[in-house]
Design a protein around this ligand. Sequence first.
Ligand SMILES: [Zn+2]
Length: 76
Amino acid sequence: MKTPVSKTRLRAHLKKKWKKGGSCAVCGENAWEVVGGEFALINESAAERLSLSPVVCANCGNTLLIASQFVLQPSR
Ligand SMILES: [Zn+2]
């Protein structure tokens, strides 16, 4: 069983990868909150599943979904 994405791990990933300012595309604020844990996006036949780690704008609720596989892979 794989290790789930922790808040700490996701924050470290975003710190390394998030190169553009951080302004929310909806409200313009930079008030992102890491939710923690993983959520699944499942295709219609339920044959495939994508694990996602959400980041939510605390001002307006706009939500970014980061594919967990990129958070968990070794740094590059
Ligand atoms: Zn926002």
